[in-house]
Design a protein. Sequence first.
Length: 199
Amino acid sequence: MKSKSLLVILVLIIIGGFIFFKDYNSIQTQDEAVAASWSEVINQYKRRADLVPNLVNTVKGYATHEKEVLTQVTDARAKVGLIQINADQLTDPALFSKFQQAQSDLSSALSRLIAVSENYPDLKANTLYQDLMSQLEGTENRITVARGRYIETVKNFNSYIRTLPTKWVADILGQQPKQQFTVDNEKQISDAPAVNFGQ
């Protein structure tokens, strides 16, 4: 009788160990997937930030009296450069919110710059400007794709670490849910954006 109890306990310990190590490995794999998708988001935002100085300088040559808009774009780009967030900090809602706000501010400033450039037909006809607009449009598309992939990997990770028995393993490891992109004004996203690159 005693040996049967020991056998049952031993089997339960082996099963528990197997579940722990399986969940541990899965958590690590999904955490790496989140980090990789976050890196892609950062790469695309950096690509956009790198386009801004060339775009500002090109517009500046044609729209010299639009100094306020040019300054707003330059300031917004500078703020984006100041807020660094790595994959290990994705559980910090305050830092993630600051990052998201800085990127949103840059998007708004770029929209104003593009709207101002509509008033300058010579600028719109400039080959460099057209090339920069094409690169910016492509980059915005890449940002959308990268954010979509990040959202999906975070959804999978967060769902995984919140289900039992994985939640117990995640708690032992100190794993917390990662932050997702949010929209301040949900009604705003239901309206189609009015974008016109003059083409």
